[in-house]
Design a binder for this molecule. Structure first.
Ligand SMILES: [Zn+2]
Length: 386
């Protein structure tokens, strides 16, 4: 009996050892088979950047010919996330939120109280985005559709540095005085000449641009402009290989002066000047920018009632020609057709999402300055409408 018991125990022990080895082997295979997936997931979370193979519908540019971005092992670059730009749908007005790669916030203009009270929409958007502080607030110029909602911003957010164009026209309406009243108690800078915005070391450029230098805080008499739109501050941002130009309401004289001075304007993306008016988006300016992607902040219905008839076919045609729309390399986005326009870039690719979708035919519809009763596709592009 003892020998049988010993043999039985030995047999049990052999079976247990075999079972353990088998479990370890198959269990180990299972763990190894998960490693690549786990590795990929953690890698994506660490970078916090758009996928290397983004959705084709969202990606507007994937330029494989440009240099590879600096190594993420560089501490400066490792801490730099994506650049976000949000062109808010604020009717016939401007309000643009920028979140820099180093997580600073820049706000260009503030919507309006007069145009559908769009500043309230802006406020809701910012709060929903989790914005608590605006590090840099830029008032492009002293018109209500750009500074009308500034009081809402000052009341609702911690505001850092404020930049304006110096109020050259000495405007004194309630909304203008209100803005200056708030701004004067902050770190307030009048942009008298081109200057860098000290926004974020992750950015390769953050340049505030004015068409006319104003050493005395206002226009030199020889270049005096009675058009406040031409006093607009422009902002050009560059992040690695992706660049963005925001043109305020800069019109033809402003555009021509920037081109004459040779101001560097080259950008992949252009926030079109002055809501797509026929007095902006001149061909030489668009050629100097050379953008592939365009956004127009406009409210066609409101613009009709205001008598502006934006966007105009003339400017849309110029953008079409400059951007080579139809080649598949460029697109125009409009807030009135597509709602909020959000761009995200890792410094190479630029992904754009909009609130709604629209056809290219709609995108190229506008009024002709010679026929304000018309609205429809640009005749030269009618063939592209299906
Ligand atoms: Zn405007």
């Amino acid at each position: 009996m003892k020998k049988r018991s010993v043999l039985f125990l030995v047999l049990i022990a052999v079976l247990l050892i075999s079972l353990s080895v088998a479990l370890l082997f198959f269990g180990g295979l299972g763990a190894r088979s998960k490693d690549p997936l786990q590795s990929n997931q953690s890698g994506g979370q660490q970078t916090g950047q758009p996928s290397a193979t983004p959705d084709p519908d969202d990606i507007l540019r994937q330029n494989g010919s440009i240099p590879i971005p600096p190594s993420a092992s560089d501490p400066k670059n490792a801490s730099c996330g994506p650049l976000q730009v949000h062109i808010l749908n604020v009717s016939q007005a401007d309000a643009i939120l920028i979140i820099t790669p180093g997580n600073k916030t820049i706000m260009i203009d503030s919507g309006s109280h007069m145009k559908k009270n769009s500043s309230s929409y802006m406020l809701a958007y910012l709060k929903q985005s989790g914005i608590k502080r605006i590090d840099y607030l830029i008032a492009t110029h002293y018109h209500e559709d750009h500074i009308g909602g500034m009081d809402d911003l000052f009341k609702s957010f911690d505001i850092g540095a404020v930049y304006d164009n110096g109020n050259c026209g000495n405007y004194s309406s309630a909304v203008q005085l209100s803005f200056e009243g708030y701004a004067l108690s902050r770190n307030f800078t009048h942009v008298k000449t081109d200057m860098d915005l000290p926004a974020d070391p992750c950015l390769d450029a953050a340049r505030l641009i004015v068409a006319y230098d104003r050493p005395q805080g206002c226009w030199p008499s020889s270049k005096e402009s009675s058009n406040e739109n031409d006093n607009s501050i422009l902002l050009r941002l560059a992040y690695r290989n992706a660049s963005f130009l925001f043109a305020g309401d800069c019109e033809a004289d402003c555009e021509a002066e920037l081109v004459r001075q040779g101001t560097y304007l080259g950008s992949d993306f252009l926030k079109v000047g002055h809501h797509g008016s026929a007095t902006s988006s001149t061909k030489p300016f668009l050629d100097a920018v050379g953008a592939a992607y365009y956004a127009i902040s406009v409210d066609r219905i409101r613009s009709i009632s205001d008598g502006y008839f934006h966007p105009r076919k003339e400017s849309l045609s110029n953008i079409y020609e400059a951007g080579g729309f139809g080649s598949g390399l460029s697109k125009i986005f409009r807030t009135d057709l597509q709602g909020d326009i959000s761009l995200v870039s890792d410094g190479d690719a630029i992904a754009i999402r909009t609130g709604t979708d629209a056809t290219n035919c709609q995108l190229f519809s506008g009024y002709s300055s010679s026929d304000k009763s018309s609205y429809g596709p640009i005749p030269a592009l009618a063939g592209s409408c299906k």
